[in-house]
Design a binder for this molecule. Sequence first.
Ligand code: 5GP
Length: 191
Amino acid sequence: MVSAPSGAGKTTLCDRLLQEVTGLAYSVSCTTRHPRGAEQDGVDYHFLDECEFRKRIAAGEFLEYATVHGNLYGTLRDSVASSLESGQSVLMDIDVQGAAQIRERLATSPVDDTLRKAFVDIFIEPPSLDALRQRLMGRGEDPDDEIERRLAKAASEMSRSGDYRYHVVNDSLERAYEKFKSYVLNEMIQT
Ligand code: 5GP
């Protein structure tokens, strides 16, 4: 499971990892936010309206869910379970709130629970908040007030990075990728 503040380079690192590592499936989350750019339904996210998302919450379909930047995001329990049961490792992109929910749940689940045995968490962080500000401004996707909101959120997310087993500082993309990949491969071999 991977978490990172917005703009830390998580999508680039995850996309490359998924291309290069076999036996690793991406868990496609549900969200109520609208698609951005070239994002495709069912590939990047399952894009749902709030009513449909809430129906799925009520039906207990989510392993975890949380509100992030004003939208709902959630991981489908069945999709993670079926990938794990078919022998694949699963890469989940989850924010710090959802990550805490999963840890809490796993702490009380049976020791032979498939997800509990396979679970590992990695936090990807920018070298500094200043570097993150430069990156968010450079992307040119968000207005200034949105950038300030994301930076404040990033500071609070980074204060929870100690909850994660592995840390990758994305100072140089190549170095960060090699570190990220080695952590994932190491865990895949052991599980
Ligand atoms: P974005 O909208 O930029 O794709 O993602 C915004 C945030 O939502 C990121 O921090 C990402 O990690 C988080 N996120 C994506 N999918 C999920 C999910 O299934 N559950 C939770 N809790 N957060 C998610």
